[in-house]
Design a protein around this ligand. Structure first.
Ligand code: FAD
Length: 480
């Protein structure tokens, strides 16, 4: 933990027009920093160490760097992701196992990079080794800023498109300038993976740069959105905002030097996106996302159950019906995820990967159903959150405390326990933190139509069409 906290000290983050020099001590970020650091501590605990690490040539590394060759390896990866998600209720989308899984998947197919330029294959292998050896926590910034995708508009106004591009290069490396969105957990990361998950046109070749940049490099600035942790009144009233605001930030690069060793794609518009889907990268990273969502869903369904019990509504058939619906959804998603290590794919000879179709189906379900899940739980909550006093300071006044305990307690649950439940529920489903999660679950894997497309392109259309052909071959046109 000390190491990771130390690394943060050198990172500069702008919020509210203030430069935050140490995110581990600033009220906007310190609790979330601890939550991330806690993951590094917990994975070393005796009951987690065996699953969450693996041995290679006498050294131990985090399991999210494991290149899977056997079903046991896939299970190790699954269970590692699951434990992290369970400890954080699925609220840290960009936990350290996310981007690391993408990079591990890329390093399983170095020839993709070698075909782009001599030496790039070795670069990705070396970067993987560097991440694995130093347990690097990386975020990724793989989209141009919103609004910059119509370069012709900028040209017309005589403005420069603000998106990141290579502005210079020499024997030692490239110089990049511009902005990227949207570095979730950039504030807590050691490095950012810079790249492109949206397709680029041939005229955007200088934007195709894909590289790794330590976030304390000269010229890098992290511009945070409103940090919600800072506005949480206290832990009791907003326990999730208090601890798990992973944050999102625009990352600006002003004349940042990147040595060639950290460059993986250069002047190759098509490959800057294709590397993720032509290697196991996309399936490994999004498998983690699926598992994270599954744990979050369990937590939300648990909230729903506790709320109806607290309200004495658990015996009502209609209420049980809604809980049943949530349980069915949760079970369905869990099954979709548990199916992924079956019917595995050999995307790279010698390695096995989770089934991509099942993974994309789960991804599709998650991004499209999150709102519906939350809506049911909010329906079950009724006006509960607003029956509670403004905050827990009510207990400090003995007279008010007595009144609160007298009127708000119900059989089997005293007023404070009840308030605690409604506060955590509202934080999960109704607060500003909850609203950010609504948006995150919709967009973290790209816009919905892109996720539709992943499902479309990976479907066995020929096989399905042939079923219809076979059926039609069994009968003939009626004679005239
Ligand atoms: C909370 C949060 C965290 C994020 N974290 C990260 C991160 O860690 N790293 C990272 O790189 N990115 C991250 N993102 C960015 C995310 O990948 C993008 O938000 C997403 O790809 C959508 O892009 P956009 O926001 O620019 O929306 P736009 O592309 O502007 O789209 C806005 C809307 O228009 C629709 N639309 C646009 N074009 C079309 C089209 N051609 N056809 C049909 N509909 C269209 C979209 O579906 C969407 O509904 C994050 C986003 C959010 C909200």
């Amino acid at each position: 933990m000390q190491n990771i906290l130390k690394a943060y000290e050198t990172v500069g983050v702008f919020i509210l027009a203030i430069l935050v020099k140490d995110v581990t001590k600033h009220p906007a970020f310190q609790n979330a920093a601890k939550s991330f650091a806690n993951l590094y501590d917990r994975k070393l605990e005796p009951e987690n160490r065996e699953i969450m690490s693996f041995e290679c040539e006498g050294e131990f590394f985090s399991s999210w760097f494991l290149k899977p060759k056997t079903p046991e390896d896939l299970y190790k990866r699954y269970e590692t992701h699951r434990r992290i998600a369970e400890w954080t209720h699925g609220l840290l989308g960009r936990s350290p196992d996310h981007v690391a899984s993408f990079v591990t998947g890329l390093s399983m197919k170095p020839e993709l990079f070698e075909n782009i330029s001599d030496g790039f294959g070795q670069n990705i292998m070396n970067y993987y080794d560097h991440m694995r050896k130093n347990d690097i926590f990386a975020c990724y910034t793989v989209l141009p800023p919103q609004g910059s995708r119509k370069p012709e508009l900028f040209k017309r106004e005589g403005m420069k498109v603000p998106t990141l591009r290579v502005i210079d290069e020499d024997d030692s490396g490239v110089t990049i300038s511009g902005m990227k969105m949207l570095g979730t957990s950039a504030i807590f990361s050691n490095e950012t993976w810079v790249g492109n998950l949206a397709p680029l046109g041939p005229d955007q070749i200088k934007e195709s740069i894909t590289c790794a940049v330590p976030l304390n490099t000269e010229g890098v600035a992290i511009w945070s959105r409103k940090p919600l942790e800072m506005f949480a009144l206290n832990e009791f009233d907003a326990p999730l905002t208090w601890r798990f605001d992973e944050s999102d930030a625009m990352v600006i690069f002003e004349r940042v030097r990147v040595p060639w060793e950290k460059v993986f794609v250069h002047d190759e518009a098509e490959m800057s996106r294709a590397i993720y889907v032509q290697s196991p990268s996309h399936s490994m990273g999004n498998h983690q996302s699926n598992i994270r969502f599954m744990e979050k869903l369990k937590f939300i369904v648990g909230i729903a159950h506790k709320i109806v019990e607290a309200n004495g509504a658990g015996h009502i058939q209609g209420v049980q019906g809604l809980l049943g619906q949530l349980a069915a959804w949760q079970g369905g998603l869990e099954a979709m995820i548990h199916g992924q290590p079956y019917n595995t794919e050999e995307l790279v000879p010698g390695y096995i990967n989770v089934n991509r179709r099942y993974m994309y189906a789960a991804l599709h379900w998650c991004i499209n159903q999150y709102n519906a899940v939350c809506d049911i739980v909010r329906e079950l909550m009724g006006g509960g959150p607003f029956q509670m006093p403004a905050d827990i300071s009510v207990l400090q006044d003995p007279k008010m405390r007595k009144t609160f305990e007298k009127y708000w307690s119900v059989p089997g649950q005293n007023a404070v326990e009840r308030m605690k439940l409604f506060k955590i529920s509202w934080d999960m489903l109704g607060s500003e933190f909850a609203g950010r999660h609504m948006q995150y679950e919709k967009f973290y894997a790209g816009p919905g139509f892109v996720v539709d497309n992943y499902n479309y392109v990976n479907a066995p259309w020929a096989e399905w069409s042939s079923l219809v052909d076979q059926a039609m071959d069994c009968y003939h046109m009626p004679p005239n």
